[in-house]
Design a protein around this ligand. Sequence first.
Ligand SMILES: Cc1ncc(COP(=O)(O)O)c(C=O)c1O
Length: 410
Amino acid sequence: MAFLSNLAIHISKNPQIFPNFNYHPSNSIVVSQNFPICGHGFQSLRLGVADRSLRELSAIGSPSQAEAFADSTVLSDVPVLTSAEAIERLQTKRESWKGKQQFLAMYSSIFGGIITDPSAMVIPMDDHIIHRGHGVFDTAAIFDGHLYELDQHLDRFLKSASMAKIKIPFDRESIRRILIQTVAVSKCTKGSLRYWLSAGPGDFQLSPSGCHEPSLYAIVIHDESPFVRKGVKVITSSISIKPPQFATMKSVNYLPNVLSKMEAEENGGFAAIWLDMDGFIAEGPNMNVAFVTVEKELLMPHFDKILSGCTAKRVLTLAEKLVKEGKLRGIRVGDVSVEEGKKAIEMMLIGSGVLVRPVVQWDEQVIGDGKEGPVAQALLQLIQDDMKSGPPSVRVPRFGRLNLEVGRKL
Ligand SMILES: Cc1ncc(COP(=O)(O)O)c(C=O)c1O
């Protein structure tokens, strides 16, 4: 900690700070050289600890009491950094975190612009999205340089914001333009766009009334991972499902979803399936679920108590082709009992992250013949084709030839 030793001094060298405190060599209390009593500017990170320690130590009478207290109040050796030093450290840290995904561009309404340095990907700690979960989010897949179902996701995003009583900082069209421009700047051809709306920064109260303005954040994530066709095992989740008011809104409160996913992984599964409060099949932690009945009907739980999945809705439309081809007898959205689900000849997970993923086993029940079913495979193919060459209503280009000067004026 060479850097720190430049910043800190032992109190013995400043006896005027602690008139009642006898320095003992074993005490390693340090205070910032910038402490106000020394007449210098003060750096906030140390203020709380140093200020409290000094006040408390001054109030202690005997040296032995002070020694005991001092041992338990050794100040940490965390350095106090300038903004430039903090940014440098963020960059170094980021370089050491190599993952499968690359973060190519980020927009923040706080600084009103797009950045491409992932180390500057920051959200203020006083933003209500951080400490109160008062935020909503959504995603859109990027495929072949196009945003898939951007408008459908954007509609759901704004509906979630309204349900969460979050005002939008710009109108829909401006938000849409910012999102597309962020993808254009990123030059991403495959991956995803994620975006958040929040009550914004302000204070640490429960009420958002002190928040200055709502914030919008977005990030473009490059990910080359292929969509997997192999069937998976799922379990029934023991984690409680969110009540409909919260399950139908895509808020940032995903703790039940995270715990549900962890429960699945701990039990050798890919996902855990929620049942609703009436015992009907609901959804997975970040995907919808569908079945093919013995009568060759595509069956999907309705969306009144769960998230209205953009992919699932698109699948319902695309599946009509399979009905025309005779591969399905019909399509039904309604209550699905566990019994009906477990005796289905096919089961599948549907969502932006998995597209269509066949399920071959649910708890101890093998689904159908235990192999990836033909309808799930056909629906996956239809969605992939739709991503590659679907109509403009589901494929929004990320205008390749963007005037970056315009970008700077955001
Ligand atoms: C709880 C939940 N259900 C369903 C879905 C599937 O929705 P979509 O197809 O729009 O990705 C998601 C996706 O994020 C989700 O989080």
